[in-house]
Design a protein around this ligand. Structure first.
Ligand SMILES: CC(=O)N[C@H](C=O)[C@@H](O)[C@H](O)[C@H](O)CO
Ligand SMILES: CC(=O)C(=O)O
Length: 309
């Protein structure tokens, strides 16, 4: 197995930023430095831009270049890692995104599987990933496993050894799935060499138990202070406290899901003074009434206290 930079690792909580849009749906990048400051205050270790939460699939490549550049500029000197999601259904577009990420000095790139025409099996998926990774030959590459969005559900425990053998820059996997058995087997196969970043914030603790060292998620944008308490309690061997903190995460995720999905999740940033605007079509913006009802529900469960740094 090869890895051309075995000392490179992504650890800790990586936020998947929401892409800030104005009311007309245009990029509104001015808020990004504020988010970076908040990340530093809450113990975030990097940003995974233009992924699911960042609505990368709903943006043009020109917009994705601009967003990646804005994050790179805002995080310069901060010690935070920049991971650029370069997934696209078109291979040349994905390669253009990968090459651009390398050019601007991204720490890593990641791609989700194409989802209109899908690769065949593990071999087809590795072949696709290799082509994307080759467009950024000096940048660690991560496969973004998210079957609920891509419809591509390979066992990552099978994917890992083949990817490690065939992709020179392979750095690991971002694992957004509830299958803890596959997660555990993948971690075991990865050893100390590759990072298997967990992607279901509401069950982070179950991944820590299996040995997770890093995680990427949407709620790490604003609730990392809480999740770092889950991690600290777990590391101290206090499982009761770790579970109690994790339950607070489950409760606030349940609370915002009652009022919407990504649109409600994105609106939480507005409630915390870092407004990132509405979601883009085909998703529908959340109404002011729903935001107010969500705020009341979040207050009821002590959300604003539990996420305060
Ligand atoms: C659809 C989506 O954005 N999934 C995220 C990561 O992949 C997660 O961070 C979830 O948003 C989070 O676990 C809450 O359900
Ligand atoms: C959570 C995540 O990794 C994403 O939104 O892409």
């Amino acid at each position: 197995m090869s890895n051309n930079n075995p000392s490179f690792h992504i650890t800790g909580l990586i936020a998947a930023p929401f892409t800030p849009f104005d009311a007309k749906g245009r990029l509104k990048l001015g808020v990004i430095p504020k988010l970076v400051k908040y990340y530093k205050a809450t113990g975030v270790s990097g940003a995974f831009v233009c992924g699911t939460t960042g609505e990368g699939a709903s943006m043009s490549n020109e917009e994705r270049f601009a967003v990646a550049e804005a994050w790179g500029a805002a995080m310069k000197g901060s010690g935070l890692k920049l991971i650029v999601h370069v997934g696209h259904n078109s291979l040349p577009e994905s390669c253009a995104l990968a090459a651009h990420a390398e050019k601007i000095g991204a720490d890593a790139i990641a791609t989700i599987a194409p989802s209109f025409f899908r690769p065949e099996g593990v071999d087809g998926l590795v072949e696709w990933c290799k082509k994307v990774a080759t467009a950024a030959p000096k940048t660690p590459f991560y496969y973004y496993h998210m079957p609920s969005m891509s419809g591509v559900n390979v066992a990552t425990a099978d994917f890992l050894p083949l990817a490690a053998k065939n992709i020179r820059t392979f750095g690991g996997i971002k694992f957004t799935h509830e299958n803890i058995m596959d997660y555990g087997l993948t971690l075991a196969a990865a050893g100390d060499k590759y990072d298997i970043l967990f992607g279901r914030d509401e069950i982070l603790l179950s991944a820590l138990v299996m040995g997770a060292k890093g995680a990427v998620g949407s709620t790490y944008n604003y609730a990392s202070a809480l999740y770092n308490r889950v991690i600290a309690a777990y590391n101290a061997g206090d499982m009761k406290a770790a579970a109690a903190w994790q339950l607070e995460s489950m409760k606030f995720i349940q609370a915002f899901c009652k009022h919407g999905g990504m649109n409600a999740n994105k609106a939480i940033l507005g409630l915390l003074g870092m407004d990132c605007g509405p979601v883009r079509p085909p998703m529908t913006p959340i109404t002011k009434d729903k935001i107010a009802a969500m705020k009341a529900d979040l207050e009821k469960i002590g959300f604003f206290d539990s996420v305060r740094p």
